[in-house]
Design a protein around this ligand. Structure first.
Ligand code: C5P
Ligand code: C5P
Ligand code: C5P
Ligand code: ZN
Length: 470
């Protein structure tokens, strides 16, 4: 069979054959948008192949969590969106006969081997930009199809996972991800179109859509409520109707064109350089089977809805939404989303009010108990470019994890990565230097360190970033 990612065919077939032989499978996945969609893709494929299974979610796959998985009855364990980084620990359990691991992941593998391991990095593909956890699960799902079953509809969820992990390059999915997009489009599960590159086209009122578009960084509009409103009022577009602001998806194609052209003109007029003008338009991934104007219609809003469940210990709610529950679970997810949005906006306000501390090569803040450690990384990413937060160096964010540990999240920009920044290495080396551990991707990584080691960690991280950028 030729799967969507030919480089992974052999690995996918081996994993699928082993799964078909199992009486029962335990599916274990990570608690973020990519982890949830990974689980939904894998669980759907298992159900369609008549493989009985249970699903569990873990915040972090450490020795304790792997031991708790080993203590369960299932002899075959499918790990999605994690597992590769903990392969050394997993392989020990495998050698002890505790369980047979099957891994569909895209994180950097630890130094160990196992038979059933589906990871783009093992075949020279990029795990941060070309395939997500949900993409790896999708490749497996395609290999698991029994006769008469077509799993290509699951491409929609794989795209939500890739977008949730911010895998887009210059505004669109590339590499193996692009092959998955093609399959989703072919079966009508997914639409693609060039559109304004802002978050919230389905649900945000127009002025908020532009005001919060801090990534675009348009002077006089981004982070400027009055500026955004007066810009819209100056256009020949009816942005306000029946006592309410309209949303982007309420507008006609011509009305959207008018606003986009005016934004580009405004940006050029304010001296925004041409390479950033190109960033104003990007590929939008939408789902024709979901109602327009809902979070479920758009990949980036869908992924935020999922983070709003999983990062608050309600991964079960997000999974149910992914699996098609459009009543109870969706209502609950929307409540959680309101809470998540409030926390994100309070988090960014906290950073703006308290400010960051500048070191030579990085900046940092310590939220302690003011921001939940599961979302402090998202806040750090949103804060880059906010008032008083520079975009010319990475940001580190600390939050309370438990009595003995502090969580660190780090975020950079693609421009910094092009200059040599690799936060995954920074988090790993600096945390190990102070008795912790960490990892992740070049633009986004995290770590856990012992309480009391913050300042030593900052000094070490600052030194490593300096080396990378110097
Ligand atoms: O666990 P992991 O790979 O799934 O998560 C990646 C995280 O990195 C996501 O939460 C995503 O929001 C973040 N990220 C980011 N900026 C990027 C790329 C990823 O904040 N440019
Ligand atoms: O929550 P998630 O990591 O998916 O968010 C991805 C990006 O979407 C954030 O970095 C932010 O720019 C944007 N976002 C937003 N408002 C929200 C949630 C997310 O602008 N309420
Ligand atoms: O938690 P945060 O959103 O900052 O995580 C960013 C990235 O770093 C994710 O891909 C996550 O899996 C990774 N990470 C890690 N080890 C940690 C913390 C985070 O590999 N201890
Ligand atoms: Zn992932």
């Amino acid at each position: 069979m030729a799967g969507p990612v030919p480089e992974l065919d052999a690995r996918a077939t081996a994993c699928a054959d082993r799964i078909r032989d199992a009486d029962r499978v335990l599916l274990a996945s990570h608690i973020d948008a990519d982890g949830l969609t990974s689980a939904a893709v894998a669980s759907s494929a298992l159900a369609r192949a008549d493989v009985p299974h249970d699903v569990v979610f873990k915040k972090q796959l450490d020795e304790t969590e792997i031991a708790s998985i080993a203590a369960r009855d299932e002899r075959v364990v499918l790990f999605t969106d994690f597992g590769s980084g903990q392969l050394d620990v997993i392989a020990e359990h495998e050698a002890n006969g505790d369980f047979v691991p099957i891994i569909a992941d895209h994180h950097q593998p630890a130094d160990a081997d196992t038979e059933f391991h589906l990871n783009p990095l093992l075949e020279g593909l990029n795990g941060a930009t070309e395939l997500s956890g949900a993409g790896a699960a999708y490749v497996l799902a395609r290999a698991l199809e029994p006769d008469g079953v077509d799993n290509r509809d699951l491409a929609a969820l794989a795209v939500v996972g890739a977008v949730g992990d911010m895998q887009e390059q210059s505004g669109e999915l590339v590499g193996a991800n692009a092959g998955i997009v093609e399959e989703g489009v072919a079966v009508g599960a997914l639409d693609t179109a060039k559109d304004l590159a802002v978050y919230g086209k389905q649900t945000r009122p127009l002025p908020k859509l532009l005001e919060y578009a801090s990534d675009l960084n348009i002077p006089g509009i981004s982070n400027d409520a009055r500026g955004a409103q007066s810009f819209l009022k100056g256009l020949d577009v009816e942005c306000y109707r029946d006592g309410d602001w309209r949303t982007w998806v309420d507008l006609s194609f011509e009305e959207r064109q008018t606003i986009t052209s005016a934004l580009i003109k405004h940006a050029i007029g304010r001296g925004v350089p041409s390479h950033r003008i190109d960033d104003l338009v990007s590929m939008a991934y939408t789902f024709p089977n979901e109602s327009t104007g809902t979070e479920l219609h758009d990949a980036s809003e869908f992924s935020t809805l999922l983070n709003a469940t999983a990062r608050y210990e309600r991964a079960d709610v997000g999974l149910a939404v992914c699996l098609g529950d459009r009543t109870g679970a969706l209502d609950r997810a929307r409540e959680l989303l309101r809470n998540h949005r409030r926390n994100l906006s309070e988090g960014v306000n906290f950073v703006e009010n308290e400010g960051v501390t500048y070191e030579e090569h990085l900046q940092w803040f310590d939220a302690d108990d003011r921001i939940r450690e599961t979302i402090v990384g998202i806040v750090a990413g949103m804060a880059l470019g906010a008032d008083g937060v520079a975009r010319d160096r990475p940001i580190l964010a600390f939050a309370n994890e438990d009595d003995e540990h502090v969580k660190v999240s780090s975020r950079g920009t693609h421009a910094l990565v092009r200059q040599g920044l690799d936060l995954s290495a920074v988090m790993q080396e600096a945390s190990r230097a102070v008795g912790g551990d960490g990892g992740g991707h070049d633009v986004a990584a995290g770590a856990t360190i012992p309480r009391g080691e913050r300042d030593a960690f900052v000094a070490e991280a600052d030194r490593i970033v300096g080396e990378q950028l110097g």
